[in-house]
Design a binder for this molecule. Structure first.
Ligand SMILES: Nc1ncnc2c1ncn2[C@@H]1O[C@H](COP(=O)(O)OP(=O)(O)OP(=O)(O)O)[C@@H](O)[C@H]1O
Length: 345
C-alpha cells in the first residue's frame, strides 16, 4: 500500500503541488491525468524520491519514505520508473539494460530474471541489440522490463505511450497493462490524454493546479463528474444556461434533473453531451437549424442553431440523417445531462 498524506511541494514562485492525499492499494493500476502543468510529473518525482516534499508524508507498505526528518533515497525505495523518453542506456545492450538494477543479485539469478522479463516483453530475440536498433514500441517494452526487473513494489510511468504513433500506442498500451496484471504490479501511469485515462487501469485520478479534483473508476468520473471541470475534461458539452426551480434546472431546451441542492431562483448551467441529443420524428420535439455537418466515420457531428440558445447545440449520432430544408427535430436524453451551479452568475 502506498499512502500519501498532505504532501506538498512548492516549485518556484508560481506553483504549489498539494496538499495531496492519495492511497494506492497493492496491484492497483492508477492513471494520473490532467492538463499540462497540473503537477503530474512533480507528484511522480516526489513518489520516486527525485524531489523532496516540503511537508506531508509518503509511506510504502508501512515504511516512511518521506516525512519530517525522513528521506529515503530513490535507489532505496523499491520503486521502478519508466521515463517518457525511456532513458535506456545507449552503450548497454537490451539485456544489460534490464540487468542494470540487479547488480546486487548473483550473476546467474540476474541473467535468469532478465531472460524471463525479455521473454514476457517479447524481446528475447533482441537481447544483444543496442537501444538505437529497436523500434519505439520495443524500446518502451525494454524500459518496462528494466523497471520491473528488481521486483519493485510500485512502478511509475511518465507518459509512457506518448512517443508512439496512434496504432502502435493502442497495442503497446494493452500489452503493458496485460504485463502489469500478470506480474501483479502496482502502477501509477501519467497521461494528459482523457481517453487514455478512462481506458487504462483501475482508477483515474484527475488533477488540476497541483490538486486532486476527483478520483474514481473511469466510469464514475465520466458518468458522475464532481464539478464542471471534471465533466469537461472527459467530454465535449454544449453549455446551456438555466435557473433552478423546484428541483430542476429550467432552460430553453426544457427542464433537467438537479444535481446539487441549490436555492430556487439561482443561476445554473446544464451540460449537454452531444450523444444526449438524438433525432426524432415525434410531434412534440424541439427543432434546430443545421449549421454544419461533419461526417467522422462511425459517428456524424452536427451543430444545430436553436431559438434562444447563444451557441450551437452539438449533436453526435450514428444514424444516417435525412435533413429536410436544413431543419432537424430532436430530443434530449435528460439522464445524460449534468447540471451545476453557474460558476459566474
Ligand atoms: N524546477 C522547477 N522550477 C519551477 N517551476 C517548475 C519546476 N518544475 C516544474 N515547474 C512548474 O511546476 C508546474 C508543474 O509541473 P509538472 O511537470 O509537474 O506538470 P505536468 O502536469 O507533469 O505537466 P506536463 O504534462 O506538461 O509534463 C508547472 O507549472 C511547471 O512549470
Amino acid at each position: 500500500m502506498l499512502e500519501i498524506v498532505q504532501l506538498t511541494r512548492r516549485l518556484g514562485p508560481g506553483f504549489v503541488l498539494g496538499p495531496i492525499d492519495l492511497s494506492i492499494a497493492p496491484k492497483e493500476i492508477v492513471c494520473l491525468v490532467g492538463h499540462s502543468g497540473c503537477g503530474k510529473s512533480t507528484l511522480l518525482r516526489l513518489i520516486a524520491g527525485i524531489e523532496q516534499p516540503d511537508s506531508g508524508t509518503l509511506q510504502l507498505d508501512g515504511k516512511m519514505l518521506a516525512g519530517p526528518g525522513v528521506f529515503v533515497e530513490p535507489e532505496q525505495r523499491n520503486i521502478g520508473f519508466v521515463f517518457q523518453d525511456y532513458a535506456l542506456f545507449p552503450h548497454l545492450t537490451i539485456e544489460q539494460n534490464v540487468m542494470f538494477g540487479l547488480r546486487k543479485w548473483s550473476r546467474d539469478e540476474a541473467k535468469e530474471r532478465a531472460k524471463m522479463l525479455l521473454s514476457l516483453t517479447a524481446l528475447s530475440a533482441m537481447a544483444d541489440r543496442y537501444p538505437h536498433m529497436l523500434s519505439g514500441g520495443e524500446q518502451q517494452r525494454a524500459a518496462l522490463a528494466r523497471a520491473l526487473a528488481p521486483e519493485p513494489a510500485v512502478v511509475l510511468m511518465d507518459e509512457p505511450f506518448s512517443n508512439l504513433d496512434r496504432d502502435l500506442r493502442e497495442r503497446v498500451r494493452s500489452d503493458t497493462l496485460a504485463l502489469l496484471r500478470r506480474t501483479n504490479t502496482t502502477a501509477i501511469i501519467v497521461t494528459h490524454d482523457p481517453e487514455e485515462a478512462l481506458s487504462t487501469g483501475d482508477r483515474v485520478v484527475l488533477m488540476k493546479g497541483g490538486r486532486v479534483v476527483q478520483s474514481g473508476t473511469g466510469r464514475e468520473l465520466y458518468d458522475h463528474p464532481s464539478d464542471p471541470y471534471s465533466a469537461e475534461f472527459f467530454s465535449t458539452f454544449t453549455r446551456v444556461p438555466g435557473v433552478y426551480r423546484s428541483g430542476q434546472v429550467h432552460t430553453v431546451l426544457g427542464a433537467f434533473p438537479c444535481w446539487q441542492e441549490v436555492a430556487d431562483g439561482s443561476a445554473a448551467v446544464a451540460y449537454i453531451r452531444p450523444q444526449a441529443v438524438y433525432p426524432t420524428v415525434a410531434g412534440n420535439a424541439l427543432t434546430g437549424i443545421v449549421r454544419s455537418r461533419s461526417f467522422r466515420g462511425e459517428i456524424e457531428q452536427l451543430e444545430l442553431i436553436v431559438d434562444g440558445l447563444e451557441s450551437p447545440l452539438i449533436m453526435r449520432t450514428t444514424q444516417h440523417l435525412d435533413v429536410v430544408e436544413g431543419k432537424l427535430r430532436f430530443r434530449i436524453d435528460e439522464d445524460a445531462v449534468f447540471t451545476f451551479a453557474d460558476p459566474q452568475p
